[in-house]
Design a protein around this ligand. Structure first.
Ligand code: ADP
Ligand code: MG
Length: 498
């Protein structure tokens, strides 16, 4: 292990009443990749901002080269060889790659006649240093996020940076770009640079970490060699609790209940394979999996929007073909999409029209006129039932908050009284209060017999409302669990471990 580049001792930082950091110690060493992980809000970014001099700690000290500081300022931090690679703000957009790389030299030299040959030489050397080729003549503005990051890293290396900090650097990158970044990181490490890599993606952390530091709720709860910890333990440290068991819901047996939907060996090549499961009346079936697990494609197939290649679907015991959305609706299947604004709502139409759009056909009187009384009655019923807050149902849906828009999509489907309702990310972008009410509504409707498939990334949400949870990976069901068998940390661990 190399010598320490920076040492933080007992750093605390409060924002008003929020204790973002509570006495954190952290030492970073030369030639080491240290991965800082923790759930959202655990204090990772705050810690970085203290190292880079943006925040002043409330207490604690920072030691660099034997000197103690109460705080750093951004320029100190740079001068001490510490650099944060930001995704977007690191480069001058209107300068070329070469100028960005040589900017220090350009600024320092008093020579007004810039020697372009030198500029390109500096740039090429910088890119060579990290084994990357990007045309130095390109404008920074024209580069992809990944390329900008690499140029920023190359420049940091030119400045003899001792510590490079990356805060969630892979968020906007493709897998190929991530692989390239990982290679650059090991090149830097071999040159003796210290790297602080912040991420909550365990896959990449385990791939590159020499050391892992875990924050939870502003405290350091683990600091040790990467080999000394496994995935499940990491997750346990990050989450640090078993989900409290306030929810004793859904204990009731579902044994002799009618199966409303049965799926056998359903396959759609490239999306999902050999999917089989049953859904009973009044049951809420959760489906989760990482992005790309095939869960949305499966939902769309069950809604007739993406016909499967093979397999069988039964609704209430009868085999059905779902080749179109109309087929699905005819069989009593509804679908609430992930992107409600794009797919779920006629956003500029009134709230009322959106609620009755599915059922308006049934409200036509014999002579072909719409039964306005029934329409209004239906709208009012659902506004009340779903507690949609609006001065008038004639206002456009776009006037509503996210939570209320989501309730309108739900109302639209509920008004048509489906047997099976598939909800994809039912509370994404919805405030906490609305979320609880939507959950309660789903449970109440299930209690009355409606069957639900809920697709979600939100583990606490699935645990809160599902009777049963299917876990998907790479297009296949890899696990099926009764709610009672699961805790949040168990499910998280399985999600990342599979
Ligand atoms: P992470 O990066 O791990 O997601 P952060 O360091 O951003 O966590 O946040 C830690 C806690 O401090 C959170 O509760 C967050 O809401 C709070 N926090 C962070 N920055 C600020 C700020 N500038 N003002 C108020 N609260 C903040
Ligand atoms: Mg953060």
């Amino acid at each position: 292990m190399g010598e320490p580049v920076i040492e933080l001792r007992q750093i605390t930082k409060n924002f008003g009443g929020v204790k973002a950091l509570r006495g954190v110690d952290l030492t970073l060493y030369r030639g080491e990749v240290c991965c800082l992980i923790g759930e959202n809000g655990s204090g990772k970014s705050t810690l970085i901002k203290i190292i880079s001099g943006i925040h002043e700690p409330d207490s604690g000290e920072i030691i660099i080269d034997g000197f103690n500081y109460k705080r750093l300022y951004p320029l100190d931090s740079l001068k001490k060889g510490i650099e944060v690679i930001y995704q977007d703000f690191s480069l001058f957009p209107n300068l070329t790659v070469a100028e960005n790389l040589a900017i220090n030299e350009l600024l320092l030299s008093n020579n007004l006649l810039v020697k372009w040959k030198d500029v390109f030489e500096i740039a090429n050397k910088a890119l060579d240093n990290i084994n990357i080729y990007i045309d130095p003549k390109r404008l920074a503005n024209d580069l992809s996020v990944a390329e900008r990051q690499l140029v920023a890293i190359a420049r940091a290396v030119l400045r003899n940076t001792r510590l490079i900090i990356m805060d969630e650097p892979t968020t906007a990158l493709t897998q190929k770009e991530i692989d390239r970044l990982m290679k650059v990181i090991s090149t830097l490490k071999n040159k003796g640079t210290s790297i602080l890599f912040v991420s909550h993606k365990l896959d990449e952390v385990l791939q590159i970490a020499d050391r892992i530091v875990i924050l939870r709720n502003g405290e350091k709860v683990f600091d040790g060699k990467a080999e000394s910890i496994d995935r499940a333990t990491i997750v346990r440290y990050m989450i640090g609790r078993e989900l409290s068991h306030q929810l004793s819901l859904h204990k009731e047996e579902k044994k002799d209940v009618q199966v409303v939907l049965k799926v056998e060996h359903l396959t759609r090549k490239g999306n999902f394979y050999d999917i089989s499961f049953e859904l009973k009346r009044g049951e809420i079936l959760g489906i989760t999996g990482l992005l790309g697990s095939g869960r949305t494609a499966l939902a769309l197939s069950l809604f007739g929007a993406l016909p499967p290649d093979s397999g069988t679907i039964y609704v209430e015991g009868k085999q059905v073909t779902l080749n179109s959305i109309q087929d699905a609706i005819k069989h009593g299947i509804g679908y609430l999409p992930e992107d409600r604004v794009g797919e779920g709502l006629f956003i500029s139409q009134s709230i009322g029209k959106n609620i009755v759009v599915r059922v308006i056909n049934y409200m036509v009187k014999k002579i072909g006129l719409i039964d306005q009384f029934r329409v209004n009655d239906t709208i009012q019923t659902w506004l009340k039932q779903l507690k949609i807050v609006t001065p008038s149902a004639n206002l456009p849906v776009s006037s509503l908050s996210g939570g209320n828009q989501q309730r309108v999509v739900l109302a639209k489907w509920l008004a048509s009284n489906p047997k099976i309702l598939i909800l994809n990310g039912p509370t994404v972008g919805v405030d906490v209060g609305s979320k609880m009410e939507i959950h309660k509504l789903i449970r109440d409707l299930a209690a009355q017999g409606m069957a639900f498939i809920v697709i979600s990334d939100d583990i606490p949400e699935l645990l809160e409302i599902s009777h049963r949870i299917l876990l998907m990976k790479k297009g296949r069901i890899v696990g099926e669990f009764l709610r009672e068998m699961l805790t949040e940390s168990k499910l998280n661990a399985m999600l990342t471990a599979i």
